[in-house]
Design a protein around this ligand. Sequence first.
Ligand SMILES: Nc1nc2c(ncn2[C@@H]2O[C@H](COP(=O)(O)OP(=O)(O)O)[C@@H](O)[C@H]2O)c(=O)[nH]1
Ligand SMILES: [Mg+2]
Length: 303
Amino acid sequence: MASTNQSPAYLKVQGKFLTAQTSEERLNFLEEMIKECPKHKSSENMLANLTTRYKKLKEKITKAKKSGKTSKVGIKKYDLQAVITGFSNTGKSSLMSVLTNASPKISDYKFTTTKPIIGMMNYSGTLIQIIENPAIESEFYDKGLTNTADTILILVDNLEQIKQIEKQIPKFPQKKIILFNKKDKLTEEKIRKLHATLQSKKYNFVLISTKTQENIGDLKDKLFSSFNKIRVYTKEPGKEKSQKPIILNQNSTIKDVAEKILHGFSEKIKETKLWGPSSKFSAQKVGLKHKLKDLDVVEFKTR
Ligand SMILES: Nc1nc2c(ncn2[C@@H]2O[C@H](COP(=O)(O)OP(=O)(O)O)[C@@H](O)[C@H]2O)c(=O)[nH]1
Ligand SMILES: [Mg+2]
């Protein structure tokens, strides 16, 4: 596009257009560019060009909304949801395929991922929904998706990116975990320094490699604990504990478990035995008010 003799006001809006994050923002800036474009003969072509782009972008947005392909209408949010947010080529798709059942395209090209990718991570029986948001610097990035996640996984491969991403996401209320990827490419010295820097900034962080899968286990633990939930197994007398834990809020009590599995019949309980982190000893008898911890096992004897 020729940008001869453009006013400072026009150039300013053009700058905003070029760095806009979403199609909607781009549309707004295009509209402003049309307003700021001189309306005389020599600018005719340029004005026509801007108007066409405006119409096309508007069509695209409307279509996307109708087809339900935008995440706002397309993604069912699960109880525990994390969104991977980061720049292009930092390894978001690679991380998706390491953590979940999804297998997105992985490549050196920028902006390979143009739509959010959804996958489920199985954390010892607990399902966590993980979504890859397209690159934050692309027009495919979905701001709303990151903003409504329970936990934001900020994926970076250099320190500069952290500040740039922080500027574009809410300060509160979500949990944020910084994932510094491509650890395999770094020297021991560099890793030590990175650790010190991230620690001094009090970040919740993990240095990972999706290639060697180093520290992926740590990442999973950190992710689960970011939700402030606990896993509690139940068992019947004389049997093994349940395969799948039930998920409760932190500080839940025996009564909460009972209500959940006996559907409001907690008064039927004759005796409760407890194993695990919150018990003083195996098969400890506890009351309904006892507070549970992650990985406890509870056994009810009913009347
Ligand atoms: N050395 C190394 N390369 C990685 C790692 N993770 C991803 N990559 C490479 O980085 C490039 C971009 O990866 P991709 O997952 O497509 O990034 P995305 O654009 O953020 O989704 C690919 O060439 C990957 O093979 C890693 O842990 N170590
Ligand atoms: Mg990708």
